[in-house]
Ligand binder design. Structure first.
Ligand SMILES: NC(=O)C1=CN([C@@H]2O[C@H](COP(=O)(O)OP(=O)(O)OC[C@H]3O[C@@H](n4cnc5c(N)ncnc54)[C@H](OP(=O)(O)O)[C@@H]3O)[C@@H](O)[C@H]2O)C=CC1
Ligand SMILES: C[C@H](O)[C@@H]1OC(=O)[C@H](O)[C@@H]1O
Length: 254
């Protein structure tokens, strides 16, 4: 059963990792897809080709989500190429691990701007278009288990993920009257580029695996199903919700 037949889905940060898996997952469920990315031209093009190989339309639009104009341009180009916006998956993010006491100001500001300001303006631009179209829509933001728990080397990152979770709660209220649903997924530790260096430490990786009741770290594809579900009419009465996708890590106190 295809859950997104006839829908147009926009995904930010979809050259690699969770965004790429979400974009391809949406195409497997019948959607045309526009992806945003910042630097990785080759992987972004490869993602577009993977979607086209599934028989769906796809475009890649390069742009830094930290710049509010990127959001307006992404939505405009998606509408020009694919006709409309039904779903926005706000996923782009960075996590430059760093200790707290000597945290450089520019690392904090960049992380806030990409992860939180970027999500805010992408969600706003998509919602403006959905309201103009007049037939509702769905927004799924990629927050994190880190919205709920802390990290010693993530003091600049975890507040952005809590912020994204909170943004979905408030936009669910602001946009419900337009039939636009807003939800977040909260991934646990998923093996992607963002944590390749961090998890190169074999001891840390083993510790993270052992903390996960399902016995393994996540793969980007583990997020595709939950994101497609929240984007689809199967979740027609779900808004303002947050779905942990963490192999059980959050509940594993001892
Ligand atoms: N991996 C994990 O364990 C977890 C990840 N997350 C969240 O998942 C999201 C995706 O990360 P993940 O897939 O893991 O990591 P990746 O590094 O694989 O993917 C990050 C994506 O975001 C894009 N991106 C980065 N900065 C910008 C920017 N300024 N403007 C536009 N696009 C940008 C990258 O594009 P490019 O390469 O072109 O720069 C890339 O496509 C993030 O929001 C992260 O916080 C949440 C919980 C756990
Ligand atoms: C990048 C980290 O490995 C990852 O990011 C998150 O949001 C998770 O909490 C993990 O710490």
């Amino acid at each position: 059963m295809k859950l997104l037949e006839g829908k147009t889905v926009l995904v930010t940060g979809a050259s690699t990792g969770i965004g790429r898996a979400a974009a391809i997952g949406a195409a497997q469920h019948g959607a045309d897809v526009a992806i945003n990315y910042a630097h990785s031209d080759g992987p972004a093009q490869a993602c577009v080709e993977a979607i086209q190989a599934l028989g769906r339309k796809a475009i890649a639009v390069k742009g830094d989500v930290a710049d509010p104009e990127t959001a307006q341009a992404f939505v405009a180009k998606a509408v020009e190429a694919l006709g409309k916006v039904d779903v926005m998956v706000s996923n782009a993010g960075i996590c430059p691990f760093h200790s707290f006491l000597d945290m450089p100001v520019d690392v904090v500001e960049r992380t806030f701007r990409v992860n939180l300001h970027g999500a805010y303006f992408m969600v706003q631009a998509a919602a403006q278009q959905m309201v103009k179209q007049g037939h509702g829509g769905a927004i799924v933001a990629v927050s994190s288990i880190s919205a709920l728990v802390g990290g010693e080397f993530q003091t600049h990152y975890t507040p952005t993920k809590a912020g994204v979770h909170s943004l979905m709660q408030s936009t669910a209220i602001a946009l419900g009257k337009y039939g636009i649903r807003c939800n977040s997924v909260l991934p646990g530790t998923i093996l992607t580029e963002i944590n390749k260096d961090d998890l190169a430490d074999a001891e840390k990786r083993k510790y993270m695996e052992e903390r996960t009741p399902l016995g393994r770290l996540g793969m980007p594809e583990d997020l595709a199903g939950p994101i497609v579900f929240l984007a689809s009419d199967m979740a027609a009465y779900v808004t303002g919700a947050a779905l942990l996708v963490d192999g059980g890590m959050f509940v594993n106190l001892q």
